[in-house]
Design a protein. Structure first.
Length: 519
């Protein structure tokens, strides 16, 4: 139950952050809509955000936390503190150089991520490059935030790192509302909001680290044994943890060749996908990585397998209905959250088709979050690399095939092909990770999976019937005022959730089916 409580803590804090994130996106949609300017900002923000997920929350955390957990198990506090100081010094020195390059060479960096804008000479390119110079230092700040969060998570202090993303949402909302009207180019306020958020997030971690007595004092750490171990693990995890992020980034690159608004439509649909992915997938991965690392260090093979099994069952219980609900209610959710001011009915329709395509892959996206720690906790970083490379290659091929096919058929939203390709590659990646754990003898499913899976599928079917019965046609939502839309959507979602829960109980599912390994 300890793991379940920790997951609930992280998930609860993440829910608060995601709700504020939706409020943030409502503000952005109302103030700026889906235009060339918003396309420029979203790409200028996506580049450092991509690097954050790739380096800070991806390869660095997956390499740093297992080594830190192992040192903690050894009980030498002085060695642990020296390791943290050396890693901080090495990370900070690298990030300062990277940030300087990114700021000075912003147009060149942007050209790699937006070749369509560069080749066509579109005005979005110059605007996005100007914003990238402001947003790029965010990677330095948020990487140090990830370092602090890794330390806190390793000591079961999950709440502060989980609350930290709230500051990004508050900063962007504040800058959009109070700063944008004072700038010649109002959307530039969002770039300053990103930079401010990085500073606030880093400062927010300091008191918790001081209470642990582990506030880092950066030391030149290159060549130190602990740093060398982390670097060796980082190289393959850099690829192994990045498949989903690279796939989403490739989507944006190709979208720069499509009609104006494509980047924004993908952004808004991805933001809705990120709600269950962030609330549950990231929370679960955050909690089980240090737990699995300790069990591997203690050579508790059965407990290691049981923890993975528990995480997969819990993931299935929550993500299958979440995916189905997003598919059925994609239009009403988008209309309720964003269809105000500059965000039009066409924008809702375009974002809807990409949201449906992304949602189909939601269980696979979360399965990757759960399964990958099964390798990283054992410091096996090479196996996931092969799987990620294969899935990324498949994603590129499917991107070209799906978008090309939709353009040839004259489909109104070819950007949806990018979302569909990302979902398909996530399914492949999750399947390979699962098979790899089974073949290595690391994971053995606990008996009862067939019954649990059948019960969840039948409960989802009951939920779909209720949602289809209660939800009005998509076009009718725009005729309602915002409070009426929100109330009606809340009623439909609650009714669907109740139908799912009651049907699951009727199918014989009980908490005991999801409790083994949650300690």
């Amino acid at each position: 139950m300890k793991l379940l409580r920790s997951t609930a803590t992280v998930g609860g804090a993440t829910i608060a952050s995601r709700i504020l994130g939706f409020l943030r996106d409502v503000v952005l949609a109302r103030w700026f809509g889906a235009s060339g300017e918003t396309d420029a900002f979203f790409l200028a923000f996506k580049i450092p955000n991509f690097m954050r997920r790739l380096f800070a929350e991806g390869s660095f955390s997956l390499a740093f936390v297992p080594v830190l957990s192992e040192l903690r198990e050894q009980g030498d506090r002085r060695q642990l503190k020296r390791f943290i100081d050396n890693v901080t010094g090495a990370l900070a020195s690298f990030l300062v150089v990277l940030t300087a390059i990114g700021v000075l060479a912003a147009p060149l960096v942007l050209g790699l991520f937006a070749p369509g804008w560069w080749l066509e000479g579109r005005p979005e390119f110059a605007l996005s490059a100007d914003m990238l110079r402001i947003t790029f230092p965010y990677i330095l700040l948020v990487s140090l935030v990830a370092l602090a969060g890794g330390i806190l998570n390793s000591f079961e202090r999950f709440l502060v790192p989980a609350l930290t993303p709230i500051l990004l949402n508050l900063s962007l909302i504040g800058c959009a509302v109070f700063l944008s009207g004072h700038l010649a180019v109002p959307v530039m306020a969002l770039a300053w909001g990103v930079l401010l958020a990085g500073v606030l997030q880093l400062l927010f971690q300091v008191p918790a680290l001081m209470r642990l007595g582990l506030l880092p004092r950066p030391r030149w750490g290159w060549g130190q044994p602990g740093v060398t171990r982390v670097l060796k693990l980082m190289v393959p995890t850099l690829i192994g943890s990045s498949a989903a992020q690279v796939n989403l980034l490739i989507d944006s690159v190709i979208a720069t060749f499509l009609v104006t608004g494509s980047v924004s439509w993908l952004y808004y649909s991805d933001r809705l996908l990120e709600f269950p992915l962030g609330v549950f997938g990231v929370a679960l991965a955050t909690v089980i990585l240090p737990n699995l690392s300790r069990k591997h260090a203690a050579r508790s093979a059965e407990a290691f397998s049981d923890t993975l099994d528990w995480a997969l069952r819990l993931a299935m219980l929550i993500t299958l209905p979440a995916a189905v609900g997003l598919v059925v209610l994609a239009g009403p959710i988008l209309s309720t959250l964003f269809q105000y001011g500059a965000f039009s009915a066409e924008d809702v329709g375009m974002a809807r088709i990409s949201l449906v395509a992304y949602s189909v892959g939601l269980p696979a996206f979360i399965a990757v979050k759960v399964l990958a720690p099964g390798f990283y906790a054992r410091q096996d970083t090479r196996t996931p690399v092969r799987y990620s490379l294969l899935s990324m290659g498949v994603n590129v091929v499917l991107n070209l095939a799906f978008v090309g096919g939709l353009l040839w058929w004259g489909f109104v939203g070819p950007h949806a092909g990018l979302a569909a390709a990302s979902s398909a590659s996530a399914v492949l990646n999750a399947s390979l990770l699962f098979r790899g754990l089974r073949r290595a003898g690391v994971y053995t499913p606990v008996p009862g999976w067939t019954r649990v899976l059948l019960g969840v599928v039948l409960a989802c079917a009951a939920m779909v019937a209720v949602l289809a019965w209660l939800a009005p046609p998509v076009d009718s939502w725009a005729t309602l005022k915002a409070p009426a839309r929100a109330g009606q959507l809340a009623w439909v979602i609650l009714a669907g959730a109740a139908a799912y829960g009651l049907a699951a109980l009727a199918c014989g599912l009980r908490p005991g089916h999801f409790s083994r390994g949650s300690h």
